[in-house]
Design a protein around this ligand. Structure first.
Ligand code: NAP
Length: 310
């Protein structure tokens, strides 16, 4: 079994920053990347609001973060954590797809995943006209009419991106005003390919082999009708990736891990950073800050423990 001082779970901005700081603190960290290297950011077509990175794809930013962490000795494994034994305390036994580790400190940065609408037809037609990622699937909708569901930053940003491919986009939002930041709203309202369907929810995604319509319901009038479309892009928020952590780490009602000011959890030696513990900010910049704080806190915790032992 491989013995580690610090093991980081997840490879988004929080995890890669924790790896950089832990490496520079001579902790020789190992980072287990998880199912999607770089997390959600790696699937983002353009990042415009991360200071010092004036523009470029999320994948480019993640590559730079990886390179910087590796330059100082962080080890990055393209592997997935299957289970963690939190019950026996530090050192924590971590089983991955390829290896078993004993880690003195853990930094959990497992992030969040897109929320589903949970309506009939959604599961069956995912990958057949229903998608949660414009960057991944936009190309398949070249020359088609599509709908985007949601009114937050993700929905509006992705709708703008999808105008590169689709001929027309209806944004379906359950209220009559957007949650997205003002700059994005302004661009979307001005875009000739984007139309808004307000106060409306999707009750069903329709089609046999592939999507051909959505069943819509106007929440103000109660009217239910079919709206023909070839694609449905869903951006209605995120759910924390907490399946490994349930029953061990304290969470809020939304399933986000509860951390203190030092990014510590209810278990000594387990720290958390980024969207797994952040229901509020969810920006690359905030995740980076949290990852940095978690690594510094883990280093302090480890050295205090060594002082007590000595
Ligand atoms: P979000 O801000 O939580 O927005 C989710 C949207 O989906 C809201 O408009 C919400 O409606 C709607 N919604 C939720 N559940 C729904 C349902 N069951 N049916 C229909 N509509 C539903 O999520 P997000 O857009 O994914 O953004 C998540 C976080 O990441 C935010 O903090 C955001 O600022 C950040 N982010 C930032 C950027 C950036 O470029 N700065 C880009 C992407 C994401 P209501 O408005 O009525 O609640």
């Amino acid at each position: 079994m491989q013995h580690e001082k610090v093991l980081i779970i997840g490879s988004g901005p929080a995890g890669l920053t924790a790896a950089l700081y832990a490496a520079r603190a001579n902790l020789n960290p190992i980072l287990i990347a998880g199912p999607q290297f770089g997390g959600q950011v790696a699937l983002t077509h353009e990042i415009e609001n991360y200071p010092g990175f004036p523009g470029g794809s999320g994948a480019d930013l993640i590559d730079l973060m990886k390179e910087q962490a590796e330059r100082f000795g962080a080890r990055i494994e393209m592997d997935v954590v299957l289970s963690v034994d939190f019950a026996h305390g530090s050192p924590f036994r971590v089983q991955t797809g390829n290896q078993e580790y004993l880690a003195e400190a853990l930094i959990v940065t497992s992030g969040a995943s897109p929320r589903m609408l949970n309506v009939p037809g959604e599961k069956e037609l995912t990958g057949r006209g229903t998608s949660y990622c414009g960057t991944c699937d936009g190309f398949f909708f070249r020359g088609k009419k599509i709908v985007v569901v949601g009114g937050g930053d993700s929905a509006i940003k992705e709708a703008l991106f999808l105008t590169k491919f689709a001929t027309h986009i209806d944004v379906i939002h359950r209220r009559d005003s957007l949650r997205a930041e003002a700059a994005l709203q302004k661009r979307a309202f001005a875009h000739e390919k984007i139309n808004f369907i307000w106060d409306t929810v999707v009750d069903e995604i329709m089609g046999t082999d592939k999507v051909n319509a959505v069943k819509l319901r106007n929440l103000k009038t109660g009217e239910v009708y079919e709206h023909p479309t070839e694609g449905v892009f869903i951006f209605v928020g995120h759910e924390p990736n907490n399946s490994l952590l349930k029953g061990a780490l304290n969470m809020d009602v939304g399933g986000y891990v509860i951390t203190d000011k030092h990014m510590g959890t209810n278990i000594e030696g387990v720290f958390a950073a980024g969207e797994i513990q952040d229901p509020l900010w969810k920006q690359v910049a905030t995740s980076v800050g949290q990852g940095c704080a978690a690594a510094i806190a883990a280093e302090e915790w480890l050295s205090q423990r060594e002082t007590v032992k000595a």
